[in-house]
Design a protein around this ligand. Sequence first.
Ligand code: NAP
Length: 309
Amino acid sequence: MPEAMFDRIALIGIGLIGSSIARDVKELGLAREVVISTRSADTLKRAGELGLGTSYTLSAAEAVEGADLVIVSVPVGASEAVAKQIAPHLKPGAIVTDVGSTKASVIAQMAPHMPENVHFIPGHPLAGTEKSGPDAGFIGLFRGRWCIFTPLPDTDAEALSRLKIFWEALGSRVDEMDPQHHDKVLAIVSHLPHIIAYNIVGTADDLETVTESEVIKYSASGFRDFTRLAASDPTMWRDVCLHNKDAILEMLSRFSEDLAYLQRAIRWGEGDKLFELFTRTRAVRRSIIEAGQDVDVPDFGRHALDKKA
Ligand code: NAP
């Protein structure tokens, strides 16, 4: 077993992200002790059954006692409440980080409560699925994926470097960004696509001229790809929308303008405009594959379906 990087890690929240971290930490032997805390007795019990940690408690305050690294993996709207609970119990010198999908809001909620003698370093692993809960996690979720840190101006360089080494051990590529910039980038690459998916699936669900059975039956076309995103956790995505409001609204208004352009091109039969856009967007897809952020095979469950057939 490799030498443990931390004596004690406390995981606050043990859903998809928390439990994936727990599984990797165990597999890689990155900590001697892993204390797990979550809000509900049912989730805590399940984490125990899955053997995700070395001890378990419903009290976040108790969990962080003596921990060298604390990772908060709860919906972003719960960040302040968690920060208040853990703050008086943090070990001096501890690193406190999070995995929240929005950063400016998490910093505003957590930073004011953090004692001066701990290192609060906000983070966001760009990895996930549409599933939630402790059963949804798996070893290797973060492998080859980016983890972005949005350090505060006074963040200790050594603590940041230690946290980066931890995420690199999980297989992540690490980067740093200003929190506002992070929120803008994520608004376009993640938040807007989810909102569009929620909207299109909602529209299809509302259509009276097309029955629900037709929507399901013929979903092998483009619609199916949207349903995967639109199946994402409602609590998490409600919080993302409410806590990255400005950047999302800015991107939505850009999106609406561009959609109006597309609408007009279709109405007036401007095929050259459509062709130019569709050619440009195809090149974006190629760049993503070349950057190793996806593979050039249709997926979204089709592989598993093929195997089943
Ligand atoms: P999840 O699977 O739904 O798990 C959420 C965890 O937070 C559970 O342990 C849950 O506890 C706890 N929790 C829920 N509401 C809470 C509250 N009000 N107060 C305290 N604890 C609460 O969520 P997840 O997908 O792991 O997401 C966790 C964080 O990671 C979110 O901030 C999300 O933005 C971020 N993130 C998610 C993804 C993704 O694709 N899912 C990717 C990157 C980052 P109980 O079950 O005990 O109620």
